[in-house]
Design a protein around this ligand. Structure first.
Ligand SMILES: [Zn+2]
Length: 293
């Protein structure tokens, strides 16, 4: 099995390959998509990441690839059952993972049907995502990332598959860049009319409003964290490090904490069925009002 044997999601596969060759494997991922496709893509990502060739894909012939194919790689701990995933099961998974990680190789913990985790189980996992042990990557697979706690989503990178395997005209990457640019403009106090087109774009549908709010929140967190996380290990939007640095120099921790709070309120508003337009616009006005104080 290699990336090329998985059909569709071409850009996504390319991005996953680049993450591996660039040695930018993050500590948490959410693979969102139809179960069989998301499982296959996540499995292939892990296999390629562990492959001794480090070419961005699996070679199918090294020791690691053969172990993965035989289902007995020590570097992968998989959990996935039908029905709810409880706190004590997640706890056991984490301690197995930590034990393995001392042996040297990166260890991947894969949780299938991740939205079946109880809230307590998710909170248990969240602690590990917040203080990620070196060499551990947690992959959660779900058909709908919105069923995971917002706090979990904000500490993991979303890898979103399209059901028909065809990407939307605007890729995730472009969407994310645009969202970050807009979030930065908001907190830098740019007049709302100058970003009105972008705002209208994000509020055109509930999922894009939700995605915008989520990305804005991770961005504000990144700016806040960047003040003391000098090696950037906890920064999620690492490809926007220049924007993060620029904002860090200008903004106080209080303002950033306020912006995170406004984003959380907007996410909760949307979940309570407040319209996308109202939730996002209120969030922006709320942040800019805090700036003006
Ligand atoms: Zn290999």
């Amino acid at each position: 099995m290699s990336f090329s044997e998985i059909t569709g999601n071409e850009k996504l596969k390319e991005r996953l390959g680049q993450i591996i060759t660039g040695k930018r494997i993050f500590h948490g991922y959410i693979f969102e998509g139809p179960a069989a496709d998301a499982d296959a893509l996540a499995d292939q990502f892990v296999k390629a990441a562990l492959c001794e060739s480090q070419s961005g894909d699996s070679c199918d012939s090294c020791v690691s690839c053969r172990k993965v194919d035989a289902g007995n790689s020590e570097d992968i701990i998989t959990y996935g059952v039908e029905g709810s995933i409880k706190d004590k099961e997640v706890q056991a998974l984490i301690s197995r993972t930590l034990k393995k990680s001392y042996t040297g190789n990166r260890v991947f913990m894969i949780i299938r049907n991740a939205d079946q985790m109880t809230a307590r189980a998710q909170n248990r996992l969240l602690k590990t995502l917040e203080e990620p042990p070196t060499g551990v990557t947690i992959i959660m697979i779900t058909e709908n990332a919105e069923n995971l706690l917002q706090t979990i989503r904000s500490r993991a990178q979303l890898i979103k598959l399209y059901s028909d395997g065809v990407e939307k005209p605007e890729s995730d990457e472009e969407f994310r860049k645009r969202a970050i640019a807009t979030a930065a403009a908001v907190i830098e106090g740019k007049p709302v009319f100058s970003i009105w087109k972008d705002i209208e774009f994000f509020v055109s549908a509930k999922p894009s409003a939700q995605a915008f709010i989520g990305i804005a929140e991770t961005f504000y967190r990144d700016v806040l964290i960047s003040a003391y996380d000098r090696d950037g290990r906890l920064i999620i939007n690492r490809d926007s490090i220049d924007v993060i640095e620029r904002c860090r120099k200008k903004l106080s921790p209080d303002i950033l904490a306020g912006a995170i709070e406004s984003s959380e309120t907007a996410a909760a508003d949307l979940a309570r069925n407040v319209s996308a337009g109202h939730a996002v616009k209120y969030m922006i006005f709320d942040i800019q009002e805090k700036l003006a104080r």
